[in-house]
Design a protein around this ligand. Structure first.
Ligand SMILES: *Cc1c(COP(=O)(O)O)cnc(C)c1O
Length: 375
C-alpha cells in the first residue's frame, strides 16, 4: 500500500463543486482588488480566531514581517525566537533589519521554553516570536508573563496552528498580533500563496492594512514605504469555502493522532505530547526515534512517505551565518533534528493507511534495532 505524506487532491475532490461555484462568482464579479471575498474572509477568519481584526496578506512570511512592523519593531531591535522552526520565522525578522535571538525549545512539546526568556533579554530586545509548531500552541501563559514584565511585544507565529487552543484561547488571539499562512498544505490552505495577520489592536490592524498596500491609507497617498502584499480575491474565494470545513478537518486530524497513539503505544518511539490545557490540531504528527534515518529509508521502501520538519536548525543554516545571537545553549534543538520523523497526517487519511503506517513503522523499528545491536 502506498501512503503519501499529504494528499491535496483527496481533499479537493470532496469540495470541488463548492470551490468552482465560489471561484466562478469571484471571477464573474471582476471585483478583484481587495474585493468582497477578501473582506468577508477577513471577518470570518477574525471571528474564528476570536480576534477583533484579521488582515489578509500575500503569505505567512509576509504576515510575520508585516505584523512585526505593524507592532513597531524597527531595524536594530532584537527579537527572541526559536531555531526549531521553518526559516520564514527568522527571514521576517531579518527582512525588517531586526536581529533574531535564539532560545531552546521544550523537547516534548517542541515549542519555546519560557523559562529561558528572561536570560535572553538584552538592552535592544523588543519582541518575542513564539512558534506554535506542528499544530500546538507554545506555552503562552509563561511567554506573556515575561513579555508583560519586560514590556515586550509578542507576535505569534501561528502558521501551523489554525484552530489550536491553549486554556480556551485560540491561536492568534493571545499576543499583540499573530501571523497565519494559508500555504497549500497548511490546515487551512489556499490554492496559491496567502496569509493573514490577526490582532485585537485597531492601530496594528490599520498599520498592516496600510503596509500591505504600499503604505497608502488612501489611494495614491503614501505615508510610508510599504509593500505589495494583499490577499487576492481568488484565494479568498477558495479560503471561504475551506473555512467551513476547518473544524471538521482538525477533528479528523485529532482522531488520526489518537489512532496513531493506540497503534504505536508499545512501538518504542516517542510520540508528541500535548500540554495540559491545550488542544493540538496536528498540522504534523512528529514522532522521535534514535534510528531515524534507517527507519525513514525503510518506510520509503515500503511505500510510506515521511518528512523531517526540519532537518537543519535555523541557526545552523548558511543563510544565518553572522545573523543574530544564541542565548544559552540549543541542546534540545540540535538533538531533535537527529530524531524527529513526521508521519503522514491529513484529514482524508483512511484507517487502512493509518494501520499500514503504524505496522510498517513497528517492523522498521525492530529491524533498525537489530541492525544496531549487530544481528
Ligand atoms: C508555513 C510557515 C511559514 C511561512 O508561511 P508561507 O505562507 O509559506 O510564507 C512561517 N512559519 C511557519 C512555522 C510555517 O510553517
Amino acid at each position: 500500500m502506498q501512503v503519501p505524506f499529504v494528499d491535496l487532491r483527496a481533499q479537493y475532490e470532496t469540495i470541488r463543486s463548492e470551490v468552482h461555484e465560489s471561484l466562478d462568482a469571484a471571477l464573474e464579479s471582476m471585483d478583484l482588488m481587495l474585493g468582497p471575498n477578501v473582506r468577508a474572509f477577513e471577518a470570518e477568519f477574525a471571528a474564528y480566531c476570536r480576534t477583533r481584526y484579521a488582515v489578509g496578506v500575500g503569505s505567512g512570511t509576509d504576515a510575520l514581517y508585516l505584523a512585526l512592523r505593524g507592532c513597531g519593531i524597527r531595524p536594530g531591535d532584537e527579537v527572541i525566537t526559536v531555531s526549531h522552526s521553518f526559516i520564514a520565522t527568522v527571514e521576517a525578522i531579518v527582512r525588517l533589519g531586526a536581529s533574531p535571538v535564539f532560545v531552546d525549545v521544550d523537547p516534548h512539546t517542541y515549542t519555546m521554553d519560557p523559562s529561558l526568556l528572561a536570560r535572553a533579554i538584552g538592552p535592544r530586545t523588543r519582541a518575542i516570536v513564539p512558534v506554535h509548531l506542528y499544530g500546538q500552541m507554545a506555552d503562552m501563559e509563561g511567554i506573556m508573563a515575561i513579555a508583560k514584565r519586560y514590556g515586550l511585544v509578542v507576535v505569534e507565529d501561528a502558521c501551523q496552528a489554525h484552530g489550536a487552543t491553549d486554556h480556551g484561547r485560540r491561536a492568534g488571539s493571545v499576543g499583540n498580533a499573530a501571523a497565519f499562512s494559508f500555504y497549500m498544505s497548511k490546515n487551512l490552505g489556499a490554492y496559491g500563496e496567502a496569509g493573514a495577520v490577526t490582532t485585537n489592536s485597531r492601530a496594528v490592524a490599520q498599520e498592516v492594512q496600510s503596509l500591505r498596500d504600499h503604505g497608502a491609507r488612501r489611494r495614491y497617498e503614501h505615508d510610508e514605504m510599504g509593500d505589495n502584499s494583499r490577499l487576492d480575491e481568488v484565494q479568498a474565494a477558495v479560503l471561504r469555502v475551506k473555512m467551513r470545513y476547518l473544524d471538521g478537518w482538525n477533528g479528523l486530524r485529532q482522531q488520526h493522532a489518537e489512532r496513531y497513539r493506540d497503534l504505536l503505544q508499545d512501538a518504542g518511539v516517542d510520540l508528541p505530547e500535548v500540554r495540559s490545557g491545550a488542544t493540538h490540531v496536528y498540522h504534523l504528527f512528529v514522532a522521535q526515534t534514535g534510528d531515524r534515518d534507517t527507519v525513514r529509508q525503510q518506510l520509503q521502501d515500503r511505500g510510506v512517505a515521511t518528512g523531517i520538519h526540519y532537518p537543519i536548525p535555523i541557526h545552523q543554516q548558511h543563510a544565518c551565518d553572522g545573523v543574530g545571537r544564541i542565548a544559552g545553549r540549543l541542546d534540545h534543538t540540535e538533538e531533535l533534528v537527529r530524531r524527529i520523523l513526521s508521519l503522514p497526517m491529513y484529514p482524508e487519511l483512511q484507517d487502512e493507511q493509518l494501520s499500514c503506517v503504524a505496522s510498517s513503522l513497528q517492523s522498521c523499528l525492530l529491524t533498525a534495532s537489530q541492525l544496531r545491536v549487530g544481528h
